[in-house]
Design a protein around this ligand. Structure first.
Ligand SMILES: Nc1ncnc2c1ncn2[C@@H]1O[C@H](COP(=O)(O)OP(=O)(O)O)[C@@H](O)[C@H]1O
Ligand SMILES: [Mg+2]
Length: 453
């Protein structure tokens, strides 16, 4: 295919290359002379085989092909041209003295574009040759433009799909962060409201304890000094089971104190977790964040009717405070820990010990590494390679959104310029390893904050 010519334009027709194949030298001379005069570049061949060789060596733009030739005839030559992808598109015009229709039909059915009978009418030959060259070039141009168009359509479609995906991700992230922030506000509000009354109870329990102690002392003293009170008093003492009351009251107060302390801890955790007042970068104790998250997840960790408590192994290294958005990092710990608990619950039939190991350590002088590993079901490679994709979930509808890890990944890599990776094997448990820099100031340039997943 003469590519350059075809993308130029059809006015290049008159300098096209034409191959004439005819076993009769006289015919060859006549044809080549006037086509040459008309401006074409003319090549000649005297039989089918040498024509095929020439075509392979230097493909012409059009072939005038005699039918009756020694060796392989014109039909066979044409068939071979059409069977080769490299030469199949070159237009072939049969030339023959045989003017009968069967041959014309046969020629056209093999793939020729036209048929010219001998003796030649020069004007007719010229007109047909020009027509077919024009068609040939136009077809080529069309095909090229089609390919170009298809390519463009493909590119655009891919871009649109990407844009759509980005939009969906952004939307879900927005919804998610909106949800987290309103949840955070709610939690912070509730925690704040509970905080005062709890402190009230907690603070007064000390006095309540002291006062009851005093009253009990007085009662004791009365009993010592007046071992034989009158009947009315004795009756009430028996009715109220004073002995039991005296013994039980301090225990009761003690358990109220334990309960109040527990509420205080939970409130503190909730406040730390939501960290509504700490929306900017601040150096924080990562261990504190992990511990408060674990505290909030206590209900899911503790023993259930169908399984024992999940053991949490803390292997905390000696790490300094990390400059970060602590509410966001807590959200990452929350996602990783809930996934780990889910994975352990799937595994529960195996009888393996269920534990989650949380490890922290310094890496070099500028980074900390946090690893959260479980002994749960683990993942196939197919799953592992997709866990950070938005919407990827293997959990039933309603249980999983597939956004936990996608959001965690963007919090770690984009918001904190860190790394996050997943190591897992089916049946071998899963480990997520996070690395974040100790300081964010070195990443102050805006382009670092605008990257997308
Ligand atoms: N610790 C883990 N063990 C096994 N599979 C996990 C673990 N964490 C995540 N996965 C897999 O990654 C998928 C995506 O997790 P995530 O983004 O948190 O979405 P979701 O929990 O809503 O499914 C999960 O559905 C699960 O198949
Ligand atoms: Mg999840």
């Amino acid at each position: 295919m003469n590519f350059n010519r075809s993308i130029m334009n059809v006015s290049a027709i008159d300098s096209s290359v034409i191959l004439i194949v005819d076993d009769n030298p006289a015919n060859l001379d006549v044809l080549s002379d006037f086509l040459d005069d008309a401006g074409f570049e003319v090549l000649v061949a005297q039989d089918g085989e040498s024509a095929l060789d020439k075509v392979r060596y230097a493909p012409p733009d059009l072939i005038l092909l005699d039918i009756m030739m020694p060796g392989i005839d014109g039909f066979e030559t044409c068939r071979r041209l059409k069977n080769d992808a490299k030469t199949a598109d070159i237009p072939v015009i049969f030339t023959s003295a045989l003017a009968d229709t069967v041959d014309k039909v046969k020629g056209l059915s093999i793939g020729a574009v036209d048929y010219i009978t001998k003796p030649f009418q020069q004007e007719e030959v010229l007109a047909r040759v020009r027509l077919h060259l024009k068609l040939y070039f136009l077809t080529q141009q069309l095909a090229e433009q089609n390919t170009l168009l298809e390519e463009r359509v493909r590119e655009r479609t891919a871009k649109l799909n990407q844009a759509l995906e980005d939009l969906q991700t952004a939307q879900v992230q927005l919804v998610q962060s909106e949800k987290m922030s309103s949840l955070g506000q709610l939690v912070a509000g509730v925690a704040h409201e509970i905080n005062n009354p709890v402190n009230f109870i907690f603070g007064n329990l000390v006095h309540a304890h002291e006062y009851t102690q005093n009253i009990l002392e007085i009662v004791q003293l009365y009993q010592d000094k007046y071992p034989d009170p009158d009947e009315d008093i004795q009756e009430v003492v028996e009715d109220l089971e004073l002995d039991f009351l005296v013994e039980d009251l301090p225990k009761l107060l003690k358990s109220m104190q334990v309960g109040a302390e527990r509420i205080r801890e939970i409130v503190l955790s909730l406040r730390k977790f939501s960290r509504i007042d700490e929306a900017e970068l601040k150096p924080v104790d990562i261990h504190d964040g992990i511990d408060t998250t674990l505290m909030i997840l206590h209900n899911r960790i503790k023993a259930k009717s169908n399984r024992p408590e999940i053991e949490i192994v803390k292997d905390y290294g000696d790490i300094p405070d990390v400059e970060c958005f602590s509410g966001q990092l807590n959200q990452v710990f929350m996602n990783l820990l809930t996934n780990a608990i889910d994975a352990l619950e799937e595994e529960r039939d195996s009888g393996q010990p269920s534990h989650i190991t949380v490890r922290t350590r310094c890496v070099g002088s500028n980074e900390v590494e946090i690893s959260i590993a479980d002994t749960g079901i683990g993942m196939e490679d197919m799953v592992r390679s997709q866990v950070f994709n938005p919407f990827f979930t293997t959990k039933p509808v309603g249980k999983g959104t597939g956004m936990g890890l996608a959001i965690s990944y963007s919090i770690v890599t984009e918001k904190h310029n860190g790394h996050m990776e997943c190591r897992s094997q089916p049946g071998q448990g899963t480990e997520f390893v996070i690395r974040v820099p100790l300081f964010q100031s070195q990443y102050a340039e805006p382009q670092h904050q605008e990257q997308t997943v």
